[in-house]
Design a binder for this molecule. Structure first.
Ligand code: FES
Length: 146
């Protein structure tokens, strides 16, 4: 017959084992699947949303000194790099044709920054844009975290 003392000893032992194995499993899981470091981002002020003209672009310099074109289309905003993904020339927004154009080798991108014609192998890099209380900001990873 089991005494109260032996019953409590057994409960204590099983509880200790469960806590030990649980802690070991948690440390093993953290070792095998470490959490990803969070990307640090910065906001760059573009201007007041109401001051951005429909269909036109505004140039803003990113954290590396590269101009970024912010284009307003109705209530939507797009921020695209001015660096052509072909050989790095600067593309420009042509409002009358609603396209981005690279003069180096006649690369053409639509207003979403996707390649329409020419040698560029991919579209223009996009930046995240946000509007906070009527102010427009570019959100981008810090250069060291990129
Ligand atoms: Fe832009 Fe070649 S560098 S098309």
């Amino acid at each position: 017959m089991e005494t109260r003392r032996s019953f409590l000893s057994r409960i204590a032992m099983w509880t200790s084992l469960a806590v030990s194995y649980g802690a070991a499993a948690a440390f093993t899981g953290r070792f095998l699947f470490p959490s990803k470091p969070t990307k640090r981002t910065r906001s760059i002020y573009v201007g007041r949303f109401s001051e951005l003209k429909e269909g036109e672009s505004k140039l803003v310099t990113d954290l590396r000194g590269v101009p970024v074109q912010v284009v307003r289309q109705g209530s939507a905003l797009r921020a695209l790099s001015t660096v052509c993904p072909h050989l790095g020339c600067r593309v420009r927004w042509e409002a009358e044709k609603q396209r981005f154009f690279c003069p180096c080798h006649n690369g053409v991108f639509n207003r979403e920054g996707e390649v329409v014609s020419g040698p560029p192998p991919r579209g223009l890099d996009r930046y995240e844009v946000e509007v906070v209380a009527g102010n427009v900001y570019l959100r981008m990873p810090e250069p060291s975290a990129a």
